[in-house]
Design a protein around this ligand. Structure first.
Ligand code: AMP
Ligand code: MG
Length: 408
């Protein structure tokens, strides 16, 4: 341990980023069809195949003109029509205009498009109501990008805009990094598979389900390992399986209880730890370390603690090991609609409901029974972040809000 003081959540994230960056291995790359690459990370840059736009492209329906001729009150003869997709070979004759549609190419000689709304037409004669400025209402050839310029750089995560740009430049097959593989192992003698009837004092393994979903949402490949009993032999054997992956996420077994054995077992397998507590609630006992070539997170087992700590700490590690820069925490600001009282000393993440009502965003704290209350989370679309140095936050004050990964 190089940290004896408990880290804030921001420091703990910085620690995850530093450690994973030092070790980032990117492994093999894969070719993905552009339609299947949402959430993948580009392993090879994409360059523009030609200039964009590839021709002077009209942005309005109207008339292609020479601006010096289309002055206020001018009459020009309309000598033709150009629609989007038409091949344009004829230049614009002197003292004439050509009707043009949005997306069509300007003829040589034209230096502006006048919107149809500012013209009048009688037969072939078009009258212009206002002065025309050179350059108006078209995007010049090559003004968005030059042929050969970088379109998408290596390490970029592919969202819908990035995929559209790849499609635009003809890159329908993309070289992508292997998605980080994340082993998921829950722990606890009380935890039973979801397909089994639980005994009176058992609980179903919901953490493996939420973690699998969170790994997928974050762009990783989940490797579910089921549940380990709170016993050294079972934990060791199942952790060994998890050490084949890029990241191992454990839930439960990291608190101070007599049967919280995760850290002890990891240590016996050679793990080093970078932190084993964070000044947050829920989620304080969260552990982060490395065992052989695998980064290991021990997340507290209470379901909401597991969800929050995954979002805070596991995602940046997945980003970096997947070849991308770490995503920022997407914090928003909203007016608190109900006064909060929390114990100081820890940053609290409280289930909240964020909404725009009229002119500014508001967030309402939801009542809950603490970090085991999954049902409360299903009503929440965010966590309200209560800073460690604040005990009371009055209604009306602005607070930070962390959107849930999947609902805002
Ligand atoms: P622990 O972190 O092991 O002390 O567990 C804290 C609480 O989380 C206990 O009430 C557990 O029953 C619950 N819990 C632990 N693992 C799971 C799991 N896989 N699914 C649902 N709840 C769990
Ligand atoms: Mg336990």
């Amino acid at each position: 341990m190089y940290n004896t003081r408990m880290l804030s959540y921001a420091e703990a994230r910085a620690c995850v980023i530093e450690q994973t960056r030092n070790a980032a291995r990117r492994g093999p790359t894969f070719t993905k069809n552009v339609n299947d690459a949402l959430g993948d990370v580009l392993a090879r840059e994409v360059r523009n195949d030609r200039e964009y736009p590839p021709f002077d492209r009209s942005t309005r329906d109207g008339y292609a003109v020479r601006s010096a001729e289309a002055v206020a009150g001018a009459h020009l003869k309309c000598v033709g029509e150009i629609k989007a997709g038409d091949t344009v070979t004829q230049p614009l004759p002197a003292n004439a205009c050509i009707q043009i549609m949005t997306g069509a190419a300007l003829p040589a000689g034209a230096d502006a498009v006048v919107m149809i709304e500012f013209t009048q037409r009688a037969g072939d004669t078009v009258t212009f109501q206002r002065a025309t400025n050179a350059g108006q209402n078209f995007v010049p050839k090559g003004s968005e990008a030059r042929a050969g310029d970088l379109a998408l750089k290596r390490g970029l995560r592919l969202g819908y805009a990035e995929l559209a740009l790849a499609a635009q430049v003809g890159a329908f097959e993309l070289a992508c990094f292997k998605r980080p593989r994340v082993a998921i192992l829950s722990t606890g003698d009380e935890v039973v598979p979801i397909t089994e009837a639980p005994g009176a004092f058992h609980i179903r393994n919901s953490n493996s389900v939420s973690l699998t979903a969170q790994v997928r949402l974050a762009g990783g490949e989940p490797a579910p390992l089921g549940n380990a009993l709170d016993r050294v032999d079972d934990l060791s054997a199942k952790i060994e399986l998890g050490l084949k992956e890029d990241i191992l996420v454990l839930s439960g077994g990291v608190s101070m209880g007599k049967y919280d054995l995760v850290e002890t077992v990891l240590k016996s397998l050679g793990a080093e730890f970078y932190f084993d507590a964070v000044a947050i609630r829920p989620g304080k006992p969260a552990v982060f370390g490395r065992c052989r070539d695998t980064f290991v997170f021990g997340l507290p087992g209470n379901p909401v603690s597991t969800m929050v700590t995954f979002q805070l700490f596991v995602i940046p590690a997945m980003d970096i090991l997947g070849g991308a820069p770490p995503r920022q925490l997407p914090l928003l600001e909203a007016n608190l609609v109900k006064t909060l009282h929390e114990k100081p000393g820890l940053t609290h993440f409280l289930p909240g409901h964020f909404e725009w009502t009229g002119i500014s965003p508001e967030v309402k704290p939801l009542s809950w029974q603490g970090s085991g209350d999954i049902a409360a989370l299903t009503q929440a679309n965010c966590f309200i972040v209560v800073p460690a140095d604040r005990q009371d936050i009055p209604a009306g004050e602005k607070v930070s809000v962390l959107p849930r990964l999947d609902v805002i």
